[in-house]
Each structure stands twice: as C-alpha cells, then as structure tokens.
Ligand binder design. Structure first.
Ligand code: 0X9
Ligand code: ZN
Length: 441
C-alpha cells in the first residue's frame, strides 16, 4: 500500500520537477574523465567486481579477528524498547518486525542480562559475517577510499576553479583532512557569502561506505551539469557545501586489510584501550542522555563530553561560522528512511511552521528516493545527534537520509538507482534552500 502510494506520487512529482535536465547527457559526453555518467558506471562496474567474489575461504585476518563483539537478536516492539537497548550498549543494525539485530561487545552482555533483556540469539560477530557476508571485497575495493575521494575532489575543483573550491574543515584524530567542496559562483574557500547555504555530509559512520559515495557523486553531477539552466541557477544563487567523508580514519581502517572490519566509530583510543567514539552521539544535543552508551567499548559510545572529537568539532566550527546555512542532509545506511528532528527526544520541534517544513520536505525527498519519511525518534531516541544540534543551533532544516541496501557493503545492483534517486532528493533540497518555507506553501 505504502509503496504503491509512493510510486504514484513519484510519477506525478517527477513530471513537475525538472530534476535531470533533458540535455544532461550531452553535457556529460563532453566533460572527459569527470563526467558523472562515466564515474557512476565505473563505480557500478567496480562494485560488481569487488563484491562478487566466489565464496572462498575467509580471509585469514577475519578468521583470527580479535573482534570481541557479538551479533545478537532481541525482541523489541517499539521505539522506547529500542532506545533502551542502545543505552545498554547495543548497536542496532537491523529492525525487522518486532525484532532488532546488531552488535554488542561481549563485556556488556552481563549488563544486558541485569536489565532483564532476553537475547533471542547470540553468536560471535565473525560467525554472523561468515554466514551472511559471503561476498568479500577485492583488495582494491569498489568505492572511493580516502585518497580516491581526495583526488576526485581536487580534480573537480581544478576543472571548475571558477565556481568550486576545496577547504579542509579540520583534521581527524589520526591527522587526515576533513575535506569540504564548496560550489559558489561569487565566493571561494572560507570567504563569507550571504547566499543561502546547503550542506551534504557523508560517512559519520565508517562502514556506511555508500554514504560517502552519494554526496561525492552529487558533487560530480552538480559540476558536470553546471551549464543546465536549473543547476546554473542554484550555483549562481546558493552556497553549496559537500563534506563526503567525515570519518576517513574509521573508513580506512574498515577496509585496510582487504576484509571489512564493521567499524562504526572514529579511531579515538579510549582510556580503556577500546577504539572509537560514535560521532552521531557526540554533538551537543541532550548529550549523553537517552539512546547512547557510556561504555567506551560500545558501538554507540558518546565520548567523554559533547564535541570531544575533532570530527564533530570540525562540523561545529563549520556550522557556527556560516550563519547562511539553511538546509543539511547527513547520509547514513541502511534503512531507506528520511528522518527529521527530533531524534534525541520524543518531542516534536516546538515551532509549528518549522515542523511542517520538516514533514513536507521529508515527504518530498521520500517520494524521490522511495524512502520512508519519519521523525527520527520514531525509529529510536538517540541523543547527541548532529541533525538535532544543527537545527537547534542554527535553525537549519537538517535531515538524516538512511540509504537503501540490505548491508553496509551493498551489491553493485543498487548503486546506480540509489545514487540517481538520492541526487534527485539532493536537488530538491537545493530547490527550497533559498526559502525552506516554500515547502509548506
Ligand atoms: O543511529 C544513528 O546514528 C543513525 N542510524 S545508523 O544506523 N546509520 O547508525 C540514525 C540517526 C537518527 N537519529 C536518531 N534517531 N536520533
Ligand atoms: Zn550511520
């Protein structure tokens, strides 16, 4: 029923919003190596090579992996039960019917039992991966790693230097640059701009690799289509920022051995020698409250204090220095949802008009992607969320897009559709960035 309604509305909407301009293929044919079509085709091809390896003996390092996490399944009927599981240290990866599955560090299992949580099943994470992830990547993984992302951003800027610039908004805990590509026809680098701003952020969570590809390919598409009337208008009138890789340390760690590590957090070495803080629990919005863990080993560990991490601090400084920002999309995977604030509280955003903008924008982006629009806290309450913070601090209409795919390492078959549909939603966001209240008129 829901899908049918979505499909119908999508057909109607696509006929009124000229998202992909008719002459875009002509544009891409003449733009050489940085053409959107070519890069997307290459990505899809590489995904299929990298992820369709025959079922072979597991890579040696996975067999001997010292990963102390378990894969557990628990009954949890609603949002408040899921929130409690997060607080007990579980990282919820899948929600299916009345059950949730995800990871828990073995040391946190006693606390689970003490809270009366009954596990429907549990096994070492490596067993779960062996059973369910028969497709391991080639050493040269399909998606853009940190160097490839950096190189592509630099090439885009070199080719479009009249409208595009690249800044580092800060360094990660291991010293990598957090790159931000800016598209603005009258200001570059860190120059101030009065034009309304839109921000696209990927990769808060290391293993959610598709969340890097979507904003990165959106930047490629935007510059490749810069001469089309619609895109040209946005470039002339808006201040557009793309930060595809917020957590490159975690992302690199996730792939560096040729087998995925299922890394979610950043690479902070905690006092107890466990690794990582969950960046999407580290913002200053109800920090350390519901839906996060204070156990460093947990995958939903919020850190010692709000903005304790250089990656979230970089976003704080970036946002606070740009009062012109109006819209934001933070990409994650995988749930096929468009989420809007609040996520850290069951409360609705207090401003009734703003609430309507959130609901309507999420609906439109839901129609364009086929994803389900909902309030973040309806999935579960989780404090320290970046989008809640961005709305509260800057009245930025900030959304979490949970991309599609039944895995953090999705098969090639979904890439093309996922990227193209999410570009449509990203363009829709541009179309209301000059005045988000247009979404309720
Ligand atoms: O838990 C998260 O940070 C996001 N999901 S993910 O599986 N990618 O980790 C969801 C964020 C939505 N926000 C809240 N519910 N607060
Ligand atoms: Zn995520």
């Amino acid at each position: 029923m829901k899908n049918l309604a979505h499909a119908l509305a999508l057909t109607i909407l696509c006929s009124v919003i000229p998202v992909f301009a008719a002459d875009s293929s002509e544009q891409t044919r003449v733009s050489g190596d940085l053409s959107f079509d070519r890069i997307l085709n290459r990505l899809t091809e590489e995904y299929s090579k990298g992820l369709r390896m025959p079922v072979a003996p597991l890579p040696a390092d996975l067999q001997t992996s010292p990963d102390d996490r378990l894969w557990v399944t628990v009954s949890a009927a609603g949002s408040s039960e899921r929130t409690k599981l997060l607080e007990a240290g579980m990282d919820i990866v899948e929600i299916k019917g009345g059950k949730v599955s995800g990871t828990v560090h073995k040391d946190l299992i006693p606390a689970f039992a003490a809270k009366g949580v009954v596990l429907a099943s549990k096994m070492p994470l490596s067993n779960h991966l062996a059973a369910h992830m028969k497709d391991f990547p080639a050493a040269d993984a399909a998606y853009h790693n940190f160097k490839e992302t950096t190189d592509l951003l630099k090439a885009l800027v070199a080719k479009n230097s009249d409208i595009a610039s690249l800044i580092s908004i800060g360094k990660t805990i291991e010293g990598r640059d957090i790159w931000c590509l800016r598209v603005n026809s009258t200001a570059n680098g860190t120059q101030a701009s009065a034009k309304p701003g839109a921000v696209y952020i990927g990769n808060h969570h290391a293993r959610e690799h598709l969340s890097n590809e979507v904003p990165l390919l959106f930047a490629v598409w935007l510059l490749d289509n810069r001469a089309t009337p619609e895109v040209n208008k946005y470039i002339a009138t808006l201040d557009i920022y793309v930060i595809p890789m917020l957590n490159p340390d975690g992302s690199e760690y996730d792939i560096k051995t040729g087998s995925y590590k299922w890394q979610r957090k950043n690479m902070r070495v905690n006092a107890d020698k466990s690794i990582g803080v969950d960046l999407n629990r580290n913002y200053d919005s109800w920090f350390g409250g519901e839906g996060t863990s204070h156990s460093p080993a947990s995958d939903t560990y919020c850190g010692l204090s709000a903005f304790s991490e250089p990656e979230t601090m970089a976003i704080k400084k970036f946002v606070e220095a740009r009062k012109n920002l109006k819209t934001l999309n933070s990409y994650h995977s995988y749930a096929s949802t468009i989420l809007y604030p609040y996520g850290g509280s069951n409360n609705e955003v207090p401003d009734v008009k703003d609430r309507k903008v959130f609901v309507n924008m999420a609906k439109q982006m839901g129609l364009l992607t086929g994803y389900y629009p909902e309030k973040s806290s309806d999935m579960y309450v989780a404090t320290g969320d970046g989008c809640d913070w961005a709305y509260d601090v800057g009245k930025i209409f900030a959304f979490t897009t949970e991309l599609e795919g039944g895995s953090f390492y999705p098969l090639a078959t979904i890439i093309d559709k996922a990227i193209k549909n999410n570009i449509k939603a990203a363009v829709y966001m541009l179309s209301v960035t000059d005045n988000p209240y247009k979404a309720i008129n």
